[in-house]
Ligand binder design. Structure first.
Ligand code: NAD
Length: 331
């Protein structure tokens, strides 16, 4: 049995976490959950946004499954997600986007993996506001080391899976920060002579993604562009309810869905647990539990074929827990 830290999170987090726990139990996955929380929920109950007990649990277990955490807009505390990614140097945010039989989409053959730099750039939230002058500066600090790390992760994945890499950037305008990513790709590509790669300016990349998404296999980009592109890619393959992700460092990984805490549907049993479950499946693969991962994935894919078994976002009428029960029946 391996112990895994489980962070239910805010909003729909606890509902989708319960669904995943039930499915993992039914599939007899050999892990033990160590439940710890963070965010608004722990602030309200304990006065702490990131309790020390969560940090201790992550340091001990080095692996976690995490629900979404609410971040106040335009005020309040710094994102808990950003803090955890930076604290544990989880520099690689891996987000697959693949069309699935049964899930209605505009395109049929999307199958790409986005590698988003996860600790630097504009998204790191390094900001200064001069109230007297009414000027706000947001710093897009990107490092040579950071660019090399994320680009190497993307190229290594592409090399292993015989895929093409596209580097998305804005080096025509951000001549310094954008250039570092391109230079990192040129450097790292020498370590992977079999990997074919090209680059695209981010605005063109968006247009290409919504016109001919099947041309992309591995996409690597900076933090904020990656944040935006991953929601765009979610839209290509069925929406935020179905896309998973992993925050990966050299010796720790936290798996979480791409979506947020969805306050508009929280507590109503409407949340689709697929994204969280797929993040859990990625976690099992990462842990070498391939047999369990395959079994749960097969049951999920079978369930997705029947719209009546699915939640409202996929055209069905099932609740979160009913969807989970259908997956369990298909195990
Ligand atoms: P969101 O991803 O929470 O929701 C966007 C839309 O997608 C909503 O209409 C929501 O109902 C729908 N949706 C999301 N997940 C779904 C699911 N599993 N099933 C069905 N529908 C789903 O984005 P938002 O509303 O912009 O953000 C809400 C909060 O989440 C904010 O505080 C934001 O900071 C936070 N957030 C957290 C994370 C994270 O913890 N990793 C990621 C993104 C946003």
């Amino acid at each position: 049995m391996t112990t895994v830290t489980l962070i239910p999170g805010d909003g729909i987090g606890p509902e989708i976490t319960e669904a995943v726990k039930a499915i993992f139990t039914a599939a007899q996955v050999p892990i033990t959950w160590e439940e710890e929380n963070a965010g608004q929920t722990t602030f309200d109950s304990m006065g702490e946004l990131i309790p020390q007990s969560l940090i201790d649990s992550l340091e001990r277990n080095r692996i976690a499954l995490k629900g979404p955490i609410t971040t106040p807009v335009g005020k309040g505390f710094k994102s808990i997600n950003v803090q955890l990614r930076q604290k544990f140097d989880l520099y690689s945010n891996v987000r697959p986007a693949k069309t699935t039989a049964g899930v209605k989409t505009r395109f049929e053959n999307v199958n790409l993996v986005l590698f988003r730099e996860n600790t630097e750039g504009l998204y790191a939230g390094l900001e200064m506001y001069d109230e007297r002058l009414g000027i706000s500066d947001s710093v897009a600090r990107v490092t040579v080391v950071g660019c090399h790390k994320i680009v190497r992760a993307a190229f290594a994945y592409a090399d292993k899976n015989k895929l093409k890499v596209t580097v998305a950037h804005k080096a025509n305008i951000l001549k310094s920060a954008g250039r570092l990513m391109l230079e990192a790709a040129a450097d790292v590509s020498k370590e992977f002579p079999n990997v074919v790669w090209d680059d695209k300016i981010i605005d063109n990349m968006c247009m290409q993604l919504v016109s001919k998404p099947e041309q992309f296999e591995v996409v690597v980009t900076t933090n904020l562009f990656g944040d935006i592109l991953s929601d765009l890619c979610a839209g290509l393959v069925g929406g935020l309810g179905v896309v998973s992700g992993a925050n990966v460092g050299d010796d720790m990984a936290i798996f979480e869905a791409v979506h947020g805490s969805a306050p508009d549907i929280a507590g109503q049993g409407l949340a689709n647990p697929t994204a969280m479950l797929r993040s859990g499946i990625m976690m099992l693969q990462h842990m070498g539990l391939q047999k369990e991962a395959d079994r749960i994935e097969d049951a999920l894919e079978k369930t997705l074929l029947d719209k009546n078994c699915c939640t409202r976002d996929l055209g069905g009428t099932a609740s979160t827990s009913e969807f989970a029960q259908h997956i369990i029946s298909n195990l």
